[in-house]
Design a protein around this ligand. Structure first.
Ligand code: ASP
Length: 318
């Protein structure tokens, strides 16, 4: 496995963003003004897009949604939207959610054929009395609301899946490294906090499996009085801990986001061990932020004060 330093160096070389350097976990800059933070360092284009909207005075939820659209439409992002790895039967099934400053939320699970599930989730929040729509019902809702039905399984995702079938005899294997879900939190110039999360879920999962990403409190939680948190990793772990909610609750007690993420990961490790990855970013209303993961290969993207950085997260395992 790559060391964290090599991983960050390697991944930093891949992007074409205005990269200002990789910052060590201990360097805590305290940004003021609008800010966007996202899981995984390769999401700098998403935080940059979000930041553009924030900087021009836009609403935090618009920034979150537009930022998340970038990996959703990217055929090379194998864990989100178009190009995402399918389930073990070859279907790309998507999970996403949003949460706004009023504590309202919308979510879709097990949604197929729609490029931007985060936008469907937003419409569930804004146009229905419900929080969560699933499967065919979510698809019908999306089509009725003007979304286009598309094939999201790219040729290369199909090839990877066929190779996987050959090697793995149809048994889902949960990998420690194969995670790339985007969770994005943004504070706008009115100091409004919103968040969103989008994923194609665990690669080669059982058909019908839903992870943490669309579940409010597990993959994402936002409280405009306190702060927000979002995660990536093995969804089953986050579902059992409601980890994002827990991080925000720690922050509500006055705990720094960095420490809140760390306390949550340690609580998970105590119960479930260190076999898998769970990784979080958190942002409080004062602009403090933090991240922590079980495995050492997690980094995140951050845009504020006209700069974009990717930063290595501190981790439980080294
Ligand atoms: N958390 C996502 C899920 O379990 C997967 C990931 O982050 O890669 O569906």
């Amino acid at each position: 496995m790559l060391s964290r330093r090599k991983f960050i160096k390697k991944t930093a070389a891949l992007g074409s963003f205005s990269f200002l350097g990789t910052f060590a976990p201990s360097e805590q800059l305290k940004p003021s003004g609008p800010i966007a933070i996202a899981t995984w360092g390769n999401n700098t284009k998403a935080t940059e897009q979000a930041y553009k909207i924030l900087k021009s005075g836009g609403y935090a939820l618009d920034a979150v949604e537009q930022g998340i659209h970038i990996p959703e439409a990217d055929p090379n992002d194998t864990s989100v939207g178009y190009g995402g790895n399918p389930d073990r039967d070859g279907f790309v099934t998507l999970d996403a959610c949003v949460m706004n400053e009023k504590g309202n939320a919308g979510s879709v699970t097990f949604l197929q054929h729609i490029m931007h599930p985060v936008s469907v989730a937003r419409q569930v929040m804004e146009k229905t009395p419900h929080v969560l729509l699933s499967g065919d019902g979510a698809l019908q809702f999306a089509l009725q609301n003007g979304f286009k039905k598309e094939n999201l399984l790219t040729d290369s995702a199909r090839e990877r899946w066929l190779e996987w079938i050959d090697k793995n005899k149809y048994t889902p294997i949960i990998s420690r490294n194969n995670h790339d879900t985007i969770g994005l939190l943004a504070i706008d110039s009115k100091n409004t906090l919103c968040g969103g999360c989008s994923t194609s879920g665990a690669a080669y999962k059982l058909h019908g499996r839903v992870g943490d990403s669309p579940i409010i409190g597990a993959g994402l939680f936002v409280d405009n009085e306190t702060g927000g948190a979002t995660g990536t990793g093995l969804g089953e772990l986050m579902l059992k801990n409601l980890s994002s909610f827990l991080i925000v609750e720690y922050m509500r007690q006055g705990i720094h986001p960095q420490k809140a993420c760390e306390m949550t990961v340690k609580r998970m490790v105590k119960k479930y061990g260190t076999d898998h990855q769970a990784a979080f970013v958190a942002l409080d209303k004062k602009g403090n932020y933090g991240a922590f993961s079980i495995q050492p290969n997690f980094d995140y993207a951050l845009s504020y004060q006209d700069k974009t950085i990717r930063k290595a997260s501190d981790s439980y395992q080294h």
